[in-house]
Design a protein around this ligand. Sequence first.
Ligand code: UDP
Length: 464
Amino acid sequence: MTTHKSHCLILPYPAQGHINPMLQFSKRLQSKGVKITIATTKSFLKTMQELPNLVSIEAISDGYDDGGRDQAGSFVAYITRFKEVGSDTLAQLIKKLANCGCPVNCIVYDPFLPWAVEVAKNFGLVTAAFFTQNCAVDNIYYHVHKGVIKLPPTKVDEEIIVPGFSTIETLSRIESSDVPSFVVSPEAERILEMLVNQFSNLDKVDWVLINSFYELEKEVIDWMAKIYPIKTVGPTIPSMYLDKRLPDDKEYGLSLFKPMAYECLNWLNRQPINSVVYVSFGSLAKLEADQMEELAWGLRNSNKNFLWVVRSTEESKLPKNFVEELKLTRENKGLVVSWCPQLQVLEHKSIGCFLTHCGWNSTLEAISLGVPMLTMPQWTDQPTNAKLVKDVWEMGVRAKQDDKGIVRREVIEECIKLVMEEEKGKVIRENAKKLKELARNAVDEGGSSDKNIEEFVSKLVTIS
Ligand code: UDP
């Protein structure tokens, strides 16, 4: 029987982009001897395609056990009720685990759920916040929290001064189009409030863990580390993708959608090396029908092969007969799927460019697997991630919108060519390779993130 050094309860916010990195982090802790229990909502559990085979999962309640967020009617209603019901049911779970002989001694919570700190403190548990955004974005939210930055910006081309970035020239004065945006939601203000609230209770936690790595964001990490006990622990993708020597399963997360793995990989296997544009806007973003149309023709006109993830709820926005016509083309230049195994796709040798919305997980996965990016950010932290990709890490370009907010087909076509074949894109392709190496080193034994995880685990053991 394995004797565990410690027992961590992991509490992610119920969304695809949150559960993936927190599950991966859990597995890494588990590989270092920590027992893990993931707590998620009953409604979220029901939407999962399959459960992970390595960690235990327990259900708590968000107050909407049958329909989750959709049943709540509004985001504000959801988050308010989740706090009330979640606090109680989380406390009950902690008691239940203690009663059955496996008491928890630490909670790793998602700062979208800051109330977890109070629950943890009532039980005298060690508490660690796990940020699923990068440190640069956290730094911006921190300064909004402190009242130093006002979001959303009042003017379109307003220049925003961000403390903490002072040594990074490209970031210390950024344009309004590069800060997190909330324009798409009627409840934008409340979403911003939740993002900023990530910093409430943060002065009471023992650790602030961030899914990033030191070499990627040195300056801003050093700056924030003066305020909070920050430890970078990323990239939290299965180590197997970074280092083939390590035994690991290829399972990434708890998928909410069924990946069309066979279709994707089979199709990719038939494409030449570096020839394919992989296109995905993640699990939440919704494009306008006009934008879908421009994207469709931009991809077709680029004359490159493409694999495009269009979630079933977005399918109706595709141009009429687009998918049927693709199937008829002799070269079979494109494949549209409803969901794919993204890491397996990104690591495939046929992929030459990732057209991405710049969700942080997708961005970090592209960095870790060395895939140059063409960014089309939509909202929240995505514009800032796109800015980092283009101007700080120089591993991609950003497709410019016109004055109606649409990225036109010619722009998409031009950007794809730049990233994949033009001399101008050479530096981007080279940087992608260099960053992949840095990411790999960070999680390798003795690397910056690995050391931080080791330190976290040994502190937990000392405390228990
Ligand atoms: N993803 C996937 N298959 C897809 C599209 C996305 O597995 O077809 C995964 C992707 O690897 C990432 C997550 O879904 O881990 C999306 O998270 P991200 O932060 O990029 O975007 P969000 O969905 O939160 O907007």
